[in-house]
Design a protein. Structure first.
Length: 575
Protein backbone atom coordinates (compact mmCIF):
# COMPACT_ATOMS: atom_id res chain seq x y z
CA UNK A 1 0.00 0.00 0.00
CA UNK A 2 1.37 3.42 -0.98
CA UNK A 3 1.87 6.36 1.35
CA UNK A 4 -0.91 8.24 -0.47
CA UNK A 5 -3.29 5.39 0.20
CA UNK A 6 -2.34 5.34 3.87
CA UNK A 7 -2.92 9.08 4.14
CA UNK A 8 -6.24 8.71 2.35
CA UNK A 9 -7.38 6.00 4.75
CA UNK A 10 -6.26 7.76 7.92
CA UNK A 11 -9.10 10.34 8.20
CA UNK A 12 -11.68 7.59 7.77
CA UNK A 13 -10.05 5.58 10.54
CA UNK A 14 -9.97 8.57 12.87
CA UNK A 15 -13.57 9.42 12.03
CA UNK A 16 -14.62 5.84 12.65
CA UNK A 17 -12.87 5.80 16.01
CA UNK A 18 -14.44 9.12 16.89
CA UNK A 19 -17.91 7.83 16.08
CA UNK A 20 -17.32 4.75 18.23
CA UNK A 21 -16.37 7.01 21.13
CA UNK A 22 -19.46 9.13 20.54
CA UNK A 23 -21.68 6.03 20.49
CA UNK A 24 -20.17 4.82 23.74
CA UNK A 25 -20.62 8.19 25.38
CA UNK A 26 -24.21 8.28 24.12
CA UNK A 27 -24.80 4.85 25.65
CA UNK A 28 -23.38 6.02 28.97
CA UNK A 29 -25.56 9.14 28.81
CA UNK A 30 -28.73 7.13 28.10
CA UNK A 31 -27.93 4.71 30.94
CA UNK A 32 -27.24 7.61 33.33
CA UNK A 33 -30.49 9.39 32.54
CA UNK A 34 -32.45 6.16 32.80
CA UNK A 35 -30.81 5.48 36.16
CA UNK A 36 -31.70 8.96 37.45
CA UNK A 37 -35.36 8.36 36.63
CA UNK A 38 -35.28 4.95 38.28
CA UNK A 39 -33.55 6.23 41.42
CA UNK A 40 -36.11 9.00 41.83
CA UNK A 41 -38.90 6.43 41.69
CA UNK A 42 -37.24 4.01 44.09
CA UNK A 43 -36.54 6.91 46.43
CA UNK A 44 -40.21 7.90 46.42
CA UNK A 45 -41.30 4.30 47.08
CA UNK A 46 -39.41 4.22 50.36
CA UNK A 47 -40.55 7.63 51.56
CA UNK A 48 -44.36 7.44 51.24
CA UNK A 49 -46.77 5.04 52.97
CA UNK A 50 -49.27 3.13 50.86
CA UNK A 51 -52.80 4.49 51.27
CA UNK A 52 -56.00 2.46 51.18
CA UNK A 53 -56.71 3.20 47.50
CA UNK A 54 -53.40 1.51 46.67
CA UNK A 55 -53.79 -1.24 49.27
CA UNK A 56 -57.10 -2.25 47.66
CA UNK A 57 -55.16 -3.25 44.54
CA UNK A 58 -52.81 -5.35 46.64
CA UNK A 59 -55.76 -7.03 48.37
CA UNK A 60 -57.39 -7.71 45.01
CA UNK A 61 -54.15 -9.25 43.73
CA UNK A 62 -53.97 -11.43 46.84
CA UNK A 63 -57.53 -12.65 46.22
CA UNK A 64 -56.73 -13.26 42.54
CA UNK A 65 -53.86 -15.53 43.56
CA UNK A 66 -56.41 -17.50 45.61
CA UNK A 67 -58.58 -18.06 42.53
CA UNK A 68 -61.02 -15.14 42.74
CA UNK A 69 -61.64 -12.90 39.75
CA UNK A 70 -62.81 -9.30 39.50
CA UNK A 71 -63.62 -7.24 36.45
CA UNK A 72 -63.05 -3.88 38.12
CA UNK A 73 -61.43 -2.15 41.05
CA UNK A 74 -63.48 -2.93 44.16
CA UNK A 75 -66.51 -0.74 44.71
CA UNK A 76 -66.72 0.77 41.22
CA UNK A 77 -67.57 -0.13 37.65
CA UNK A 78 -64.32 0.87 35.99
CA UNK A 79 -60.61 0.19 36.39
CA UNK A 80 -59.40 -3.26 35.41
CA UNK A 81 -56.43 -5.27 34.09
CA UNK A 82 -53.70 -3.94 36.39
CA UNK A 83 -54.60 -5.97 39.53
CA UNK A 84 -53.79 -9.08 37.49
CA UNK A 85 -50.36 -7.65 36.68
CA UNK A 86 -49.87 -6.98 40.41
CA UNK A 87 -50.91 -10.57 41.15
CA UNK A 88 -48.24 -11.83 38.74
CA UNK A 89 -45.59 -9.72 40.49
CA UNK A 90 -46.78 -10.97 43.89
CA UNK A 91 -46.45 -14.56 42.66
CA UNK A 92 -42.89 -13.88 41.48
CA UNK A 93 -41.50 -11.55 44.14
CA UNK A 94 -43.74 -11.91 47.19
CA UNK A 95 -46.45 -9.70 48.66
CA UNK A 96 -45.24 -6.40 50.09
CA UNK A 97 -45.91 -2.71 49.80
CA UNK A 98 -42.63 -2.32 47.90
CA UNK A 99 -43.61 -4.94 45.32
CA UNK A 100 -46.99 -3.26 45.02
CA UNK A 101 -45.33 0.08 44.27
CA UNK A 102 -42.78 -1.32 41.84
CA UNK A 103 -45.51 -2.51 39.43
CA UNK A 104 -46.43 0.96 38.11
CA UNK A 105 -42.70 1.76 37.88
CA UNK A 106 -42.17 -1.25 35.62
CA UNK A 107 -45.26 -0.38 33.57
CA UNK A 108 -43.97 3.17 33.16
CA UNK A 109 -40.64 1.77 31.95
CA UNK A 110 -42.50 -0.35 29.38
CA UNK A 111 -44.41 2.78 28.31
CA UNK A 112 -41.08 4.58 27.82
CA UNK A 113 -39.87 1.76 25.57
CA UNK A 114 -43.04 2.07 23.51
CA UNK A 115 -42.51 5.83 23.25
CA UNK A 116 -39.05 5.06 21.87
CA UNK A 117 -40.47 2.76 19.20
CA UNK A 118 -43.22 5.22 18.26
CA UNK A 119 -40.80 8.15 18.07
CA UNK A 120 -38.38 6.11 15.97
CA UNK A 121 -41.13 5.15 13.54
CA UNK A 122 -42.56 8.66 13.24
CA UNK A 123 -39.39 10.78 13.28
CA UNK A 124 -36.19 8.73 13.50
CA UNK A 125 -33.84 7.18 16.08
CA UNK A 126 -32.72 10.42 17.72
CA UNK A 127 -36.28 11.49 18.48
CA UNK A 128 -37.21 7.99 19.60
CA UNK A 129 -34.47 7.77 22.22
CA UNK A 130 -34.80 11.40 23.28
CA UNK A 131 -38.60 11.25 23.67
CA UNK A 132 -38.40 8.02 25.69
CA UNK A 133 -35.86 9.53 28.08
CA UNK A 134 -37.79 12.80 28.32
CA UNK A 135 -40.99 10.91 29.14
CA UNK A 136 -39.06 8.90 31.76
CA UNK A 137 -37.70 11.92 33.64
CA UNK A 138 -40.31 14.68 33.01
CA UNK A 139 -42.48 16.07 34.51
CA UNK A 140 -42.04 15.41 38.23
CA UNK A 141 -45.76 14.84 38.79
CA UNK A 142 -45.69 11.70 36.62
CA UNK A 143 -42.39 10.48 38.00
CA UNK A 144 -44.17 10.55 41.36
CA UNK A 145 -47.46 9.17 40.02
CA UNK A 146 -45.66 6.18 38.53
CA UNK A 147 -44.91 5.00 42.09
CA UNK A 148 -48.61 4.91 43.07
CA UNK A 149 -50.56 1.74 42.31
CA UNK A 150 -54.15 2.83 41.73
CA UNK A 151 -55.22 -0.24 39.79
CA UNK A 152 -55.54 0.61 36.11
CA UNK A 153 -54.06 3.80 34.67
CA UNK A 154 -50.48 2.66 34.00
CA UNK A 155 -51.58 -0.60 32.42
CA UNK A 156 -54.01 1.43 30.32
CA UNK A 157 -51.21 3.75 29.19
CA UNK A 158 -49.09 0.78 28.11
CA UNK A 159 -52.03 -0.70 26.22
CA UNK A 160 -52.74 2.68 24.56
CA UNK A 161 -49.18 3.14 23.38
CA UNK A 162 -48.96 -0.47 22.19
CA UNK A 163 -52.21 -0.04 20.25
CA UNK A 164 -50.91 3.18 18.69
CA UNK A 165 -47.66 1.48 17.66
CA UNK A 166 -49.56 -1.42 16.09
CA UNK A 167 -51.87 1.05 14.30
CA UNK A 168 -48.81 2.74 12.82
CA UNK A 169 -47.62 -0.65 11.61
CA UNK A 170 -51.03 -1.37 10.11
CA UNK A 171 -50.95 1.82 8.02
CA UNK A 172 -47.36 1.26 6.93
CA UNK A 173 -47.61 0.83 3.11
CA UNK A 174 -44.56 -1.43 2.92
CA UNK A 175 -45.54 -5.00 2.00
CA UNK A 176 -45.59 -7.65 4.71
CA UNK A 177 -46.44 -11.35 4.74
CA UNK A 178 -50.18 -11.96 4.94
CA UNK A 179 -49.97 -13.82 8.24
CA UNK A 180 -48.05 -10.93 9.83
CA UNK A 181 -50.55 -8.36 8.57
CA UNK A 182 -53.48 -10.38 9.93
CA UNK A 183 -51.77 -10.75 13.30
CA UNK A 184 -51.36 -6.97 13.45
CA UNK A 185 -55.07 -6.40 12.92
CA UNK A 186 -55.85 -8.97 15.61
CA UNK A 187 -53.34 -7.41 18.01
CA UNK A 188 -54.82 -3.96 17.39
CA UNK A 189 -58.27 -5.23 18.37
CA UNK A 190 -57.06 -7.08 21.46
CA UNK A 191 -55.05 -4.10 22.73
CA UNK A 192 -57.99 -1.75 22.16
CA UNK A 193 -60.35 -4.10 23.99
CA UNK A 194 -58.02 -4.59 26.94
CA UNK A 195 -57.46 -0.84 27.12
CA UNK A 196 -61.21 -0.21 27.20
CA UNK A 197 -61.53 -2.76 30.01
CA UNK A 198 -58.81 -0.91 31.94
CA UNK A 199 -60.48 2.50 31.55
CA UNK A 200 -62.53 4.35 28.93
CA UNK A 201 -59.82 7.04 29.08
CA UNK A 202 -58.08 5.04 26.36
CA UNK A 203 -60.29 6.96 23.93
CA UNK A 204 -57.54 9.60 24.01
CA UNK A 205 -55.43 7.20 21.92
CA UNK A 206 -58.01 4.99 20.25
CA UNK A 207 -59.70 7.96 18.57
CA UNK A 208 -56.59 9.33 16.78
CA UNK A 209 -55.44 5.79 15.93
CA UNK A 210 -58.83 5.03 14.39
CA UNK A 211 -58.83 8.33 12.46
CA UNK A 212 -55.40 7.63 10.97
CA UNK A 213 -56.32 4.06 10.01
CA UNK A 214 -59.61 5.17 8.41
CA UNK A 215 -57.92 7.97 6.47
CA UNK A 216 -55.34 5.58 5.07
CA UNK A 217 -58.08 3.12 4.16
CA UNK A 218 -60.05 5.83 2.35
CA UNK A 219 -56.92 6.96 0.52
CA UNK A 220 -56.38 3.29 -0.42
CA UNK A 221 -52.82 3.36 0.86
CA UNK A 222 -53.78 0.45 3.11
CA UNK A 223 -56.01 -2.46 2.23
CA UNK A 224 -58.19 -4.16 4.78
CA UNK A 225 -59.82 -7.38 3.76
CA UNK A 226 -62.99 -8.58 5.48
CA UNK A 227 -60.93 -11.13 7.41
CA UNK A 228 -58.73 -8.32 8.78
CA UNK A 229 -61.73 -6.34 10.00
CA UNK A 230 -63.25 -9.49 11.49
CA UNK A 231 -60.02 -10.30 13.33
CA UNK A 232 -59.80 -6.77 14.74
CA UNK A 233 -63.43 -6.85 15.88
CA UNK A 234 -63.07 -10.31 17.42
CA UNK A 235 -59.90 -9.21 19.20
CA UNK A 236 -61.62 -6.13 20.60
CA UNK A 237 -64.52 -8.19 21.95
CA UNK A 238 -62.11 -10.73 23.43
CA UNK A 239 -60.02 -8.04 25.13
CA UNK A 240 -63.06 -6.19 26.48
CA UNK A 241 -64.93 -9.36 27.46
CA UNK A 242 -64.67 -8.78 31.27
CA UNK A 243 -66.00 -5.23 30.76
CA UNK A 244 -68.88 -6.53 28.63
CA UNK A 245 -69.65 -9.39 31.02
CA UNK A 246 -69.95 -7.03 33.99
CA UNK A 247 -71.91 -4.33 32.12
CA UNK A 248 -74.58 -6.17 30.16
CA UNK A 249 -77.41 -5.28 30.29
CA UNK A 250 -77.27 -2.08 32.36
CA UNK A 251 -73.86 -0.71 31.27
CA UNK A 252 -73.14 0.69 34.72
CA UNK A 253 -69.63 1.69 33.66
CA UNK A 254 -71.11 4.44 31.52
CA UNK A 255 -72.96 5.96 34.50
CA UNK A 256 -70.48 7.41 36.99
CA UNK A 257 -73.07 9.13 39.13
CA UNK A 258 -73.26 12.73 40.26
CA UNK A 259 -69.93 14.56 40.16
CA UNK A 260 -69.01 17.56 42.36
CA UNK A 261 -68.21 19.70 39.32
CA UNK A 262 -69.69 18.37 36.07
CA UNK A 263 -69.27 21.59 34.07
CA UNK A 264 -67.51 21.17 30.71
CA UNK A 265 -66.37 24.80 30.76
CA UNK A 266 -64.99 24.38 34.27
CA UNK A 267 -63.01 21.30 33.25
CA UNK A 268 -61.54 23.17 30.31
CA UNK A 269 -60.53 25.97 32.64
CA UNK A 270 -58.93 23.47 35.05
CA UNK A 271 -56.93 22.05 32.15
CA UNK A 272 -55.67 25.51 31.23
CA UNK A 273 -54.92 26.76 34.73
CA UNK A 274 -53.52 23.66 36.40
CA UNK A 275 -53.24 20.44 34.41
CA UNK A 276 -51.42 21.85 31.38
CA UNK A 277 -48.74 23.71 33.36
CA UNK A 278 -48.39 20.63 35.58
CA UNK A 279 -47.91 18.44 32.48
CA UNK A 280 -45.22 20.84 31.31
CA UNK A 281 -43.42 20.61 34.65
CA UNK A 282 -44.03 24.27 35.44
CA UNK A 283 -46.54 23.83 38.27
CA UNK A 284 -46.23 21.75 41.44
CA UNK A 285 -48.88 19.14 42.26
CA UNK A 286 -51.26 19.53 45.20
CA UNK A 287 -50.41 23.18 45.90
CA UNK A 288 -50.73 24.39 42.30
CA UNK A 289 -47.83 26.75 42.85
CA UNK A 290 -45.73 27.65 39.82
CA UNK A 291 -42.17 26.39 40.00
CA UNK A 292 -40.63 29.70 38.87
CA UNK A 293 -43.25 32.17 40.04
CA UNK A 294 -46.67 32.85 38.61
CA UNK A 295 -45.74 35.47 36.00
CA UNK A 296 -42.69 33.62 34.70
CA UNK A 297 -44.51 30.30 34.85
CA UNK A 298 -47.46 31.55 32.82
CA UNK A 299 -45.12 33.18 30.31
CA UNK A 300 -43.29 29.89 29.84
CA UNK A 301 -46.60 28.03 29.55
CA UNK A 302 -47.88 30.36 26.81
CA UNK A 303 -44.53 30.16 25.02
CA UNK A 304 -44.67 26.35 25.10
CA UNK A 305 -48.24 26.38 23.78
CA UNK A 306 -47.30 28.76 20.97
CA UNK A 307 -44.28 26.64 20.02
CA UNK A 308 -46.50 23.55 20.11
CA UNK A 309 -49.06 25.12 17.79
CA UNK A 310 -46.34 26.14 15.32
CA UNK A 311 -44.90 22.63 15.35
CA UNK A 312 -48.32 21.03 14.89
CA UNK A 313 -49.03 23.26 11.89
CA UNK A 314 -45.63 22.30 10.49
CA UNK A 315 -46.45 18.62 10.91
CA UNK A 316 -49.74 19.10 9.08
CA UNK A 317 -47.95 20.84 6.21
CA UNK A 318 -45.40 18.02 6.09
CA UNK A 319 -48.10 15.36 6.46
CA UNK A 320 -45.96 13.79 9.15
CA UNK A 321 -46.99 12.22 12.47
CA UNK A 322 -50.61 13.24 11.92
CA UNK A 323 -51.71 10.85 14.65
CA UNK A 324 -50.03 13.16 17.19
CA UNK A 325 -51.78 16.16 15.64
CA UNK A 326 -55.19 14.49 15.96
CA UNK A 327 -54.41 13.47 19.54
CA UNK A 328 -53.35 16.98 20.58
CA UNK A 329 -56.34 18.66 18.97
CA UNK A 330 -58.82 16.17 20.46
CA UNK A 331 -57.31 15.95 23.94
CA UNK A 332 -58.61 19.23 25.45
CA UNK A 333 -62.14 18.54 24.22
CA UNK A 334 -62.15 14.97 25.52
CA UNK A 335 -60.67 16.14 28.82
CA UNK A 336 -63.34 18.81 29.24
CA UNK A 337 -66.11 16.34 28.38
CA UNK A 338 -64.96 13.78 30.94
CA UNK A 339 -67.18 13.92 34.06
CA UNK A 340 -64.33 13.22 36.49
CA UNK A 341 -61.61 15.66 35.44
CA UNK A 342 -62.64 18.30 37.97
CA UNK A 343 -59.98 16.79 40.25
CA UNK A 344 -56.58 18.14 39.23
CA UNK A 345 -54.39 18.19 42.36
CA UNK A 346 -52.23 15.16 41.49
CA UNK A 347 -52.45 15.43 37.71
CA UNK A 348 -53.69 11.85 37.27
CA UNK A 349 -56.14 12.72 34.48
CA UNK A 350 -53.45 14.30 32.35
CA UNK A 351 -51.03 11.36 32.35
CA UNK A 352 -52.18 10.19 28.92
CA UNK A 353 -50.82 13.39 27.39
CA UNK A 354 -47.32 12.89 28.83
CA UNK A 355 -45.96 10.55 26.09
CA UNK A 356 -47.29 12.80 23.33
CA UNK A 357 -45.84 15.89 25.01
CA UNK A 358 -42.44 14.17 25.11
CA UNK A 359 -42.69 13.18 21.45
CA UNK A 360 -43.74 16.67 20.33
CA UNK A 361 -41.13 18.46 22.46
CA UNK A 362 -38.26 16.25 21.30
CA UNK A 363 -39.25 16.16 17.62
CA UNK A 364 -39.81 19.92 17.59
CA UNK A 365 -36.40 20.56 19.13
CA UNK A 366 -34.74 18.23 16.63
CA UNK A 367 -36.51 19.88 13.70
CA UNK A 368 -35.43 23.31 14.92
CA UNK A 369 -31.83 22.12 15.24
CA UNK A 370 -31.87 20.87 11.65
CA UNK A 371 -32.74 24.37 10.47
CA UNK A 372 -29.96 26.04 12.46
CA UNK A 373 -27.07 25.88 10.04
CA UNK A 374 -24.97 28.54 11.76
CA UNK A 375 -23.73 26.14 14.41
CA UNK A 376 -19.94 25.97 14.97
CA UNK A 377 -18.08 23.19 13.18
CA UNK A 378 -19.31 20.85 10.49
CA UNK A 379 -22.10 18.82 12.00
CA UNK A 380 -24.35 16.42 10.17
CA UNK A 381 -28.16 16.69 10.50
CA UNK A 382 -28.09 13.55 12.64
CA UNK A 383 -25.59 15.16 15.02
CA UNK A 384 -27.70 18.28 15.30
CA UNK A 385 -30.82 16.19 15.99
CA UNK A 386 -29.00 14.22 18.66
CA UNK A 387 -27.72 17.39 20.29
CA UNK A 388 -31.20 18.91 20.34
CA UNK A 389 -32.66 15.73 21.84
CA UNK A 390 -30.05 15.83 24.61
CA UNK A 391 -30.86 19.46 25.37
CA UNK A 392 -34.61 18.69 25.50
CA UNK A 393 -34.06 15.83 27.94
CA UNK A 394 -31.73 17.89 30.14
CA UNK A 395 -34.24 20.76 30.22
CA UNK A 396 -37.01 18.39 31.29
CA UNK A 397 -34.77 16.77 33.91
CA UNK A 398 -33.83 20.22 35.22
CA UNK A 399 -37.51 21.07 35.77
CA UNK A 400 -38.09 17.74 37.49
CA UNK A 401 -35.14 18.10 39.84
CA UNK A 402 -36.18 21.65 40.69
CA UNK A 403 -39.64 20.34 41.64
CA UNK A 404 -38.23 17.34 43.52
CA UNK A 405 -36.35 19.73 45.81
CA UNK A 406 -39.66 21.30 46.87
CA UNK A 407 -42.29 18.58 47.18
CA UNK A 408 -43.07 15.36 49.04
CA UNK A 409 -42.23 12.55 49.12
CA UNK A 410 -38.75 13.58 48.04
CA UNK A 411 -38.19 16.40 50.53
CA UNK A 412 -37.78 15.75 54.27
CA UNK A 413 -40.86 15.75 56.48
CA UNK A 414 -40.16 19.04 58.25
CA UNK A 415 -43.03 18.48 60.67
CA UNK A 416 -41.35 15.44 62.20
CA UNK A 417 -37.72 15.92 63.36
CA UNK A 418 -37.21 12.15 63.56
CA UNK A 419 -37.86 11.83 59.81
CA UNK A 420 -36.63 15.23 58.65
CA UNK A 421 -33.61 14.00 56.69
CA UNK A 422 -32.74 13.55 53.03
CA UNK A 423 -31.55 9.99 53.66
CA UNK A 424 -34.58 8.47 55.39
CA UNK A 425 -35.78 5.47 53.40
CA UNK A 426 -37.76 2.36 54.30
CA UNK A 427 -38.06 -0.85 52.29
CA UNK A 428 -41.50 -1.21 53.91
CA UNK A 429 -42.99 2.24 54.57
CA UNK A 430 -46.01 0.53 56.21
CA UNK A 431 -43.90 -1.16 58.89
CA UNK A 432 -45.35 1.19 61.54
CA UNK A 433 -48.62 -0.75 61.29
CA UNK A 434 -47.13 -4.15 62.15
CA UNK A 435 -46.96 -3.51 65.93
CA UNK A 436 -50.56 -2.30 65.83
CA UNK A 437 -51.73 -5.40 63.98
CA UNK A 438 -49.80 -7.73 66.29
CA UNK A 439 -51.12 -6.05 69.43
CA UNK A 440 -54.71 -6.33 68.21
CA UNK A 441 -54.24 -9.94 67.16
CA UNK A 442 -52.67 -10.84 70.54
CA UNK A 443 -55.79 -9.57 72.29
CA UNK A 444 -58.16 -11.45 70.03
CA UNK A 445 -59.31 -8.30 68.21
CA UNK A 446 -58.84 -9.44 64.60
CA UNK A 447 -61.85 -7.54 63.26
CA UNK A 448 -61.51 -3.77 63.34
CA UNK A 449 -63.56 -0.68 62.57
CA UNK A 450 -61.42 2.24 61.47
CA UNK A 451 -61.36 5.03 58.91
CA UNK A 452 -61.33 4.28 55.19
CA UNK A 453 -57.79 5.55 54.64
CA UNK A 454 -56.41 3.16 57.26
CA UNK A 455 -58.71 0.13 56.92
CA UNK A 456 -57.43 -1.48 53.73
CA UNK A 457 -53.83 -0.49 54.44
CA UNK A 458 -53.99 -2.28 57.82
CA UNK A 459 -55.60 -5.35 56.23
CA UNK A 460 -52.93 -5.47 53.53
CA UNK A 461 -49.94 -4.97 55.80
CA UNK A 462 -51.15 -7.58 58.31
CA UNK A 463 -51.51 -10.07 55.42
CA UNK A 464 -55.09 -10.79 56.46
CA UNK A 465 -54.35 -11.48 60.14
CA UNK A 466 -56.45 -8.38 60.86
CA UNK A 467 -59.44 -7.45 58.72
CA UNK A 468 -60.49 -3.81 58.93
CA UNK A 469 -63.32 -1.79 57.43
CA UNK A 470 -64.94 1.58 57.84
CA UNK A 471 -68.24 1.40 59.69
CA UNK A 472 -70.01 3.54 57.09
CA UNK A 473 -71.21 1.40 54.14
CA UNK A 474 -70.69 4.38 51.85
CA UNK A 475 -66.93 4.15 52.48
CA UNK A 476 -66.64 0.39 51.97
CA UNK A 477 -64.87 -0.95 48.88
CA UNK A 478 -65.28 -4.63 49.69
CA UNK A 479 -68.51 -5.63 51.44
CA UNK A 480 -67.23 -9.01 52.75
CA UNK A 481 -64.75 -7.16 54.96
CA UNK A 482 -67.51 -5.07 56.54
CA UNK A 483 -69.62 -8.20 56.99
CA UNK A 484 -66.72 -9.94 58.74
CA UNK A 485 -66.21 -7.03 61.14
CA UNK A 486 -69.94 -6.77 61.86
CA UNK A 487 -70.08 -10.48 62.65
CA UNK A 488 -67.14 -10.36 65.08
CA UNK A 489 -67.98 -11.21 68.68
CA UNK A 490 -65.38 -8.73 70.01
CA UNK A 491 -64.67 -6.03 67.43
CA UNK A 492 -62.13 -3.27 67.96
CA UNK A 493 -62.35 0.38 66.97
CA UNK A 494 -59.07 2.00 65.90
CA UNK A 495 -58.46 5.77 66.08
CA UNK A 496 -55.59 8.18 65.88
CA UNK A 497 -54.48 8.67 69.48
CA UNK A 498 -55.76 12.16 70.45
CA UNK A 499 -52.60 12.73 72.48
CA UNK A 500 -50.43 11.78 69.48
CA UNK A 501 -52.58 12.81 66.54
CA UNK A 502 -49.67 14.57 64.86
CA UNK A 503 -47.52 11.45 65.05
CA UNK A 504 -50.32 9.38 63.50
CA UNK A 505 -50.70 11.90 60.66
CA UNK A 506 -46.95 11.86 59.98
CA UNK A 507 -46.75 8.06 60.07
CA UNK A 508 -49.68 7.49 57.72
CA UNK A 509 -49.20 10.59 55.59
CA UNK A 510 -52.86 11.32 56.30
CA UNK A 511 -54.90 13.44 58.68
CA UNK A 512 -58.11 11.40 58.26
CA UNK A 513 -57.82 7.96 59.86
CA UNK A 514 -60.77 7.78 62.27
CA UNK A 515 -64.01 5.87 61.48
CA UNK A 516 -66.27 7.79 59.13
CA UNK A 517 -63.36 9.73 57.61
CA UNK A 518 -62.82 9.74 53.87
CA UNK A 519 -62.89 13.43 52.95
CA UNK A 520 -62.17 16.77 54.55
CA UNK A 521 -65.90 17.51 54.58
CA UNK A 522 -66.62 14.50 56.82
CA UNK A 523 -67.72 14.46 60.44
CA UNK A 524 -65.53 11.71 61.95
CA UNK A 525 -66.23 9.59 64.99
CA UNK A 526 -64.11 10.49 68.02
CA UNK A 527 -62.94 7.94 70.60
CA UNK A 528 -64.62 9.85 73.45
CA UNK A 529 -67.96 9.66 71.63
CA UNK A 530 -67.65 5.91 71.18
CA UNK A 531 -66.78 5.46 74.85
CA UNK A 532 -69.75 7.60 75.91
CA UNK A 533 -72.10 5.55 73.73
CA UNK A 534 -70.76 2.23 75.04
CA UNK A 535 -71.05 3.45 78.63
CA UNK A 536 -74.61 4.69 78.12
CA UNK A 537 -75.61 1.32 76.63
CA UNK A 538 -73.73 -0.71 79.26
CA UNK A 539 -71.38 -2.35 76.81
CA UNK A 540 -68.05 -3.30 78.35
CA UNK A 541 -64.88 -2.12 76.65
CA UNK A 542 -61.16 -1.59 77.17
CA UNK A 543 -58.92 1.19 75.87
CA UNK A 544 -55.57 0.13 74.45
CA UNK A 545 -52.97 2.82 73.59
CA UNK A 546 -50.90 1.76 70.57
CA UNK A 547 -48.24 4.44 70.11
CA UNK A 548 -49.75 6.90 67.62
CA UNK A 549 -53.05 5.00 67.65
CA UNK A 550 -55.74 4.17 70.16
CA UNK A 551 -57.83 1.00 70.10
CA UNK A 552 -61.15 0.58 71.87
CA UNK A 553 -61.75 -3.16 72.41
CA UNK A 554 -65.49 -3.85 72.68
CA UNK A 555 -66.55 -6.96 74.62
CA UNK A 556 -69.62 -7.79 72.53
CA UNK A 557 -71.13 -7.17 69.13
CA UNK A 558 -73.49 -4.22 68.54
CA UNK A 559 -74.97 -2.39 65.57
CA UNK A 560 -72.97 0.85 65.07
CA UNK A 561 -75.53 2.49 62.75
CA UNK A 562 -77.62 4.22 65.50
CA UNK A 563 -74.46 5.57 67.14
CA UNK A 564 -73.08 6.94 63.85
CA UNK A 565 -76.43 8.55 63.06
CA UNK A 566 -76.69 10.07 66.55
CA UNK A 567 -73.29 11.73 66.17
CA UNK A 568 -73.93 12.67 62.52
CA UNK A 569 -70.82 10.81 61.41
CA UNK A 570 -70.20 10.96 57.67
CA UNK A 571 -70.45 13.65 54.99
CA UNK A 572 -71.51 17.01 56.32
CA UNK A 573 -74.50 18.66 54.59
CA UNK A 574 -73.57 21.11 51.85
CA UNK A 575 -74.79 24.68 51.98
Amino acid sequence: MTADALLADQPLTVEGASRRVVRRLAGVGVATLASVGLVLRLWALGRQPVNSDEAVVGLMARQILHGHTYAFYWGQHYGGVEPYVVAAFFALFGQSSFTLGIVPVVLDAVAALLVWRIGRRLFGPEVGVGAALLFWVWPEVYVWQSTLEYGFRWAALVLCLAALLVALRVVDPRPRPGALARSEWLALGVLAGLGWWATPEVVYYLLPAAVVVLVELVRRRVRARPVDVALAAAGAVLGALPWLWDNVPGFASLHLGVQPDPSVASHGNILRLHVLPMMLGLQLPVSGRFLVGTDAGMALEYAAVLAGVVWLVTLVRRRQALVLVVFTVAFPFLYALSPVTWYWQDGRYGVFFAPVAALLATSGACALAERLRALPGRRSPADRRAGAAVLAVLAGLGLTLAAVAQVAPFTPARADPARATWTTWHADPLAFLLPVARALEARGARRVYTGYWLAYTLTFESKGAVVASDALPAYVRYAPYLAAVRAAARPAWLFANPSAAHAAAVATGLSLVDPGCAAKTDRCLEPGELEAWLTAHRIAYRVLPLHAFLAVLVERRFDPAPMLAAYHVGPLPRH
